[in-house]
Every structure is written in structure tokens, then in C-alpha cells.
Design a protein around this ligand. Structure first.
Ligand code: NAD
Length: 472
């Protein structure tokens, strides 16, 4: 690939101060150069977003929706190009990459349809109280490497429709699809409404501490999220933090083992396990445990682990070397503590490939169970009764998502209600919808994205409380 990637600042596609390699995780070879911004370029991007804000905020919702829909149409018309680039930098199989791009189109269109509504809170005895919402100004998007495109759209859609402008910073290992989106947006949005800068992990603190940035929308690890929150405290900046998770899948005893295994496998291994709400711990009743482990092992053994660009590949590599080393060390530790029933051996080839691995007979205090693995290695744990499994599922500092599988829907929903996370799906998984709020409990986040609640996080609630002069 010889494409030249540029930053987007004030409507111009510009070079960085230097470039750095972007590595294809399936080959470990650099296939493109990413332009790198320094503090001066970041400041130019923020200044451009600040200058563009008044005119953008003054447009009507319908006008802004028109721009967002044009972004969606342009992205849809280039889905193959974006998907190929996404597979090259991120590693996921091409069909999953195309799915992420189409999901991004869907998210943009959903936000183009949303409106920030004015609410009358009281209208009685001459007292009128109105809550209306105003945009915040310049918002920053800081995104991770697992879903670089759709996680940006979850922020850009509400940011723009509410009347804000944006500076977006992708993760250093997956910057190219964001840059390509910047190039696409250059031809559509007024100058400065969206700016894209890239770094090798240096810009984060400068963004979170920047006096002209009103809000930071961050998706990433809990460790970095804590730094974002601390840094944003100085200016009492708005933050939304979408952080890590250690989601439990709870299989109830009225589900056929083979069906449960299929569902849990998909939830754990899609995107090579690199999903914030992937199944990271599977809890299975004692009586079904052996059969479930056999069934899920069959699925893992049948996976085609290969370069995502190759047809037929079902699991691509882990996205970067650091994550590969982390998952590898959790796997080595789990080998010593539990029983590997599928996978476990790393192929002798270039690329950060880890075959889908199923580990049984682990204790809850094993690192693979306690920590967020964020990779294709799943512990399957045995439980005796419902109260016990709920307590064990909740025994985590994380509280992002989770799933409950059960034929008796009322019982499954009753269990779901007791799981201490932001979202619990029952008999489905990854049903993320731009119209439904998504947020983490405990150390999985603050605030949230999507839905009306997510849109409102890009606004300031403003109360006008009036009485007539006669009443005063
Ligand atoms: P990360 O925290 O290492 O990096 C995320 C982003 O933060 C990157 O763009 C990085 O450059 C930037 N960054 C680094 N240092 C910073 C600082 N001091 N201040 C501000 N920004 C800084 O996360 P990652 O490894 O790229 O992503 C994986 C993690 O993301 C996992 O924990 C996963 O669960 C989480 N995640 C959460 C959600 C969610 O919606 N809750 C979604 C996807 C991923």
C-alpha cells in the first residue's frame, strides 16, 4: 500500500512533524507511514475546532444532520476500501471489517436522526421551568485499537449533531482508518469541524489538559482512563470514560450445552476476543460442565486462524505486540494452573497469532479469570447454584457487560438484573444499538455513549426558571 496519509487540521490535509511505521499484525511488517503531530499541531487543531464552533453550533439540527448523512453516504460508498485498510492495520477478518464500517454508517445515520429536545419541567401558577441543552464547544475523541472506526463514530455522531466540533486522536497502532475518514470528511464538513491528529501516545495528556477542550470522550483501558480523569479534573472538563471489562457469561441449566457453547464461543472469540464486552469468563453449571467444555473446544479447534485478508479466515491476529505478549503470558500462567482443552500452542509464523484457547479447571483467583485478557483465551468455570454464580460474576472491579443464557426467560432476566454491570444481554450478545444507552458500572467507566443519554453528554443542561412579573 503506497497511500499517503495526512492529518486533518482546519480543513487542510497536512503532514506531521515526522512519520512512524504502521505494522500489519498478520505479518509484523510496516505497510504504511503515519504522520505524527506535535504539541504545536495539536494546538492548531484545537484552535481550528474552536474557531469553527460558533458557526457550526448556529446551524439548525437539520442542516447538521445533512452533513452527517453525507458523511455516512460517503463512507458507505467506500466500504471496501475502508474495510481493507482496517484489516491491514487492525487484523480482523475482512468480513468483520466490512461489518464495522457498515455499523459506523448506521451509527452516523442514527445520530443524524436524533435531536436534542427542550423540556418543560414545570408550567404551573405562572412558573415556567425549561431545560434546554447547549453544545459544549470543542470535544476530543480518544479511541483504542480494537474498533477504531465505529468507536470514533459513537463519539462523532452525537458530538456533531449536538453542535460541537471535534479533535479526534486514534490509537497509535490503528491510526490509518481515522486518517482516511478525515480525508473523506475534508470534502464534506466545514473547515475545523473535525480535525484528526496522530501520536505515539504523547498527545493524550496534552489533550486532556487543554484549556480549550470542553470534553474528552475516551475509550480505552481502565488504567489510562484513570489518568484521563485525573488530568481532566484540573479544568473540571466533561469526560466520558468507556473502559475495560471482565464480562461473565452465565449459562443456566435449562440451555442445551451445544447451543450455549456456540453462543459463548462467538461472544468470546469475535475480533480475536478484543471487544470490551467480549465474554471473558464463562460460568457453566456443574452437571453440564464436561459436555460444554467438549463442545466449545470443538468450535475453537475448527477456527481458521489466519491473516484477516485471506478468505476463510475466522480469527485474525491480536492487534499489536504488547497485547500479544500480555495474552501470551496469561495463557502460559493458565497452562500451569488449569487444563487446556483447545488451542494453547502458538504457531511458529510471523504475526501476532494466538489460536482460540479454552481453559478449564481454573480457580477464580487465576490471573486469566481476574484480569481482562482482551484476547482469544477463555476460562470456563464451574458453578453449583445461582446465588453463588451471581456473587462470583460480580466479584470484579469491572462492571461493563455480561450475558445470561436461559430457556426460562423470566428466570434468566431475574439473574440478569442482579449482575452489577452497565449492560446485561439475555439470550443475545453484542446487541449494541445507537439508540440504546451503553455505559460501564464500577471501574468500567463514567458516563456513557449512545442513545438519548449518550447524546446529552455532549450538551450542557441549561435551566431557565421564570415567573411572570405579576407573580414575582
Ligand atoms: P489504551 O488505554 O492503552 O489506549 C486508548 C487510547 O488512549 C489510545 O488512543 C492512546 O494513545 C490514548 N492514551 C494513552 N495514554 C494516554 C493518556 N495519558 N491520556 C489520554 N490518552 C492516552 O487502550 P487500548 O489498549 O488501546 O484499548 C484496549 C482497552 O480498551 C481494553 O481495556 C478495552 O476493554 C477497552 N475498551 C473499552 C470499550 C468500552 O466501550 N467500554 C470499548 C473498546 C475498548
Amino acid at each position: 500500500m503506497t497511500a499517503q496519509f495526512k492529518l486533518l487540521i482546519d480543513g487542510e490535509l497536512v503532514d506531521g512533524v515526522s512519520t512512524f511505521d504502521v505494522v500489519n499484525p498478520a505479518t509484523e511488517e510496516a505497510f504504511a507511514q503515519c504522520p505524527k503531530a506535535d504539541e504545536a499541531l495539536l494546538n492548531r487543531a484545537v484552535a481550528a475546532a474552536k474557531a469553527a464552533f460558533p458557526a457550526w453550533a448556529a446551524k439548525s439540527f437539520d442542516e447538521r444532520a445533512g452533513y452527517i448523512n453525507r458523511l455516512a453516504d460517503a463512507l458507505e460508498s467506500r466500504v471496501d476500501e475502508f474495510a481493507r485498510l482496517l484489516t491491514s492495520e487492525q487484523g480482523k477478518p475482512l468480513d468483520q471489517a466490512a461489518y464495522e464500517i457498515m455499523g459506523s454508517v448506521f451509527v452516523l445515520r442514527a445520530f443524524a436522526n436524533m435531536r436534542v429536545a427542550e423540556k418543560t419541567l414545570r408550567d404551573e401558577n405562572g412558573n415556567t421551568v425549561i431545560e434546554h441543552r447547549t453544545p459544549l464547544g470543542v470535544c476530543a475523541s480518544i479511541t483504542p485499537w480494537n474498533f477504531p472506526v465505529v468507536l470514533l463514530m459513537n463519539k462523532l455522531g452525537p458530538c456533531l449533531i449536538a453542535g460541537n466540533t471535534m479533535v479526534a486522536k486514534p490509537a497509535p497502532t490503528t491510526p490509518l482508518t481515522t486518517l482516511l475518514f478525515g480525508e473523506l470528511a475534508q470534502g464534506i464538513l466545514p473547515a475545523g469541524v473535525l480535525n484528526v491528529v496522530c501520536d505515539q501516545n504523547e498527545l493524550g495528556p496534552l489533550i486532556t489538559g487543554h484549556p480549550d477542550i470542553a470534553k474528552v470522550a475516551f475509550t480505552g483501558s481502565t488504567g489510562t482512563g484513570k489518568k484521563v480523569m485525573a488530568s481532566a479534573a484540573e479544568g473540571v472538563k466533561r469526560v466520558t470514560l468507556e473502559l475495560g471489562g471482565n464480562d461473565a457469561a452465565i449459562v443456566l441449566d435449562d440451555v442445551p450445552a451445544a447451543l450455549a457453547a456456540q453462543k459463548v464461543y462467538n461472544g468470546a472469540m469475535t475480533n480475536a476476543g478484543q471487544i470490551c464486552v467480549a465474554v471473558k469468563r464463562a460460568f457453566v453449571p456443574e452437571a453440564m460442565y464436561d459436555e460444554f467444555c467438549d463442545e466449545i473446544a470443538k468450535l475453537a479447534s475448527a477456527a481458521v486462524v489466519d491473516d484477516g485478508a485471506k478468505q476463510g479466515s475466522t480469527i485474525g491476529p491480536v492487534q499489536n505486540r504488547m497485547q500479544y505478549e500480555k495474552v501470551k503470558s496469561l495463557l502460559e500462567d493458565a497452562k500451569a494452573r488449569g487444563t487446556i482443552v483447545a488451542g494453547g500452542e502458538l504457531p511458529d509464523r510471523p504475526g501476532y497469532f494466538i489460536p482460540p484457547t479454552i481453559v478449564r479447571d481454573l480457580d477464580d483467583d487465576a490471573p486469566l479469570v481476574k484480569e481482562e485478557q482482551f484476547g482469544p483465551v477463555l476460562p470456563v468455570l464451574k458453578y453449583k447454584d445461582i446465588e453463588e454464580v451471581i456473587a462470583r460474576a460480580n466479584a470484579s472491579e469491572y462492571g461493563l457487560g455480561g450475558t445470561v443464557w436461559g430457556k426460562d426467560l423470566a428466570r434468566a432476566m431475574e439473574v440478569a438484573k442482579q449482575i452489577d454491570t452497565g449492560t446485561v444481554w439475555v439470550n443475545q450478545h453484542l446487541a449494541i444499538d445507537p439508540n440504546i444507552p451503553f455505559r460501564g458500572a464500577k471501574q468500567s467507566g463514567i458516563g456513557g455513549e449512545l442513545g438519548e443519554a449518550g447524546l446529552n453528554e455532549y450538551t450542557q443542561a441549561h435551566i431557565v426558571n421564570a415567573v411572570s412579573l405579576e407573580t414575582a
